[in-house]
Design a protein around this ligand. Structure first.
Ligand code: NAG
Length: 208
């Protein structure tokens, strides 16, 4: 009886272990086989909900044939650059992809086109819900089980090159508000200045 219990418990334990092991994909274990480029250049500012971004991706042609045999789907994502992750745990990079918060914004999901290996492309507007931050684009390749098997990104491995910015809609309103506040303050000040100058002139002409 006790032996059966132990057997059952260990069976359960190992099957759970197998499931979690299968489920965990580490980013550091993925090969970088995709070459990804974005239209947004280093330092460019894109307005969320307005500006377009074009992305191209393809298999690195210098890799041996068949390296992409398991690729079924490509997801293009907007990912936070390190500078926009500082002090923000909710954007943190974690090697376990299930917990990684680097790439939170899906640009598009496309079936992997193995017949057109050279270059595939997509152009779309930056989604309205993308917050103000510095980004790069990463492409993940998924197999038929929807598990990540490879990637490619527009920046280097240290995520320092070819970073661009997205300006959120709310952020733009804030800066517009600040600009209009500055203008009204300026007009009040100049109006007061105008009256002061006028009064002085009036006094001077009275004295004469
Ligand atoms: C393509 O792969 C080769 C060999 O692994 C590598 O040396 C090269 O840097 C890669 N090219 C790009 C653009 O990633």
């Amino acid at each position: 009886m006790a032996a059966r219990g132990i057997l059952l418990a260990s069976l359960l334990f190992f099957s759970c272990l197998a499931v979690t092991c299968y489920g965990i994909v580490l980013f550091s274990s993925l090969p970088s086989t995709l070459v990804v480029t974005a239209s947004a250049k280093q330092g460019q500012v894109l307005k969320a909900g307005e500006d377009k971004i074009a992305v191209t991706w393809g298999l690195n042609q210098s890799l041996p044939a068949g390296v992409d045999s398991a690729y079924k789907t490509i997801n293009l994502k907007l990912c936070y650059a390190p500078i926009s992750q500082v002090d923000r745990a909710w954007r943190k990079t974690v090697d376990n992809l299930a917990k990684d918060k680097t790439c939170q914004f899906l640009i598009v999901s496309r079936p992997y086109d193995g017949s057109n290996k050279a270059v595939q492309s997509y152009e779309g507007t930056v989604e309205r819900d993308v917050p103000t931050a510095t980004y790069f684009v990463r492409a993940y390749a998924y197999n038929s089980d929807n598990v990540e098997v490879a990637y490619g990104q527009t920046t280097d491995s240290h995520k320092t090159t070819d970073l661009f910015q997205v300006q959120a809609i709310s952020g733009r309103h804030v800066s517009l508000d600040i600009a209009s506040a500055c203008f009204s303050a300026f007009s009040v000040v100049s109006l007061i200045g105008f009256f002061v100058v006028e009064k002085r002139r009036a006094k001077q002409s009275q004295r004469k």
